[in-house]
Design a protein around this ligand. Sequence first.
Ligand SMILES: [Zn+2]
Length: 136
Amino acid sequence: MTDLAIPGLAYAEANWGRWIARCPAGLCTSAVQIRRWQQRFECAGPGSCGWTTQIVWPADPEGIEVLLAMRPDVHTRSWRPGETLQDLLHENAVHDVLPPGWLTESGCILETRGERVTAGQVLTALPEYRRREIGA
Ligand SMILES: [Zn+2]
């Protein structure tokens, strides 16, 4: 993310193939698993502080999920705020986990606008409903 993190808000991040948010309260070290687009963070569970706040999501969680799902090792399916979709694509290419043909076929692999997938092979890998949404 290019913006500075706002203190007190929780930021969604992908961690080992699931979405989590770390508690933003002072010295609390808790993190909570969250559902995609969940808006409300509550620090709950053992050792938690009870902090509640808003969750800040990246512009395109589904685009992040599609790129991370290509990684066979779930422990590498992580994304932190500040990483771009192009960063994830680059890592996938370096580790040779892109679908067969993506690097050899001519044509665009990924185009983004405002950190949302707008074109390329990654767009076609997104679920059907999402393609309709973007085309609308
Ligand atoms: Zn907490």
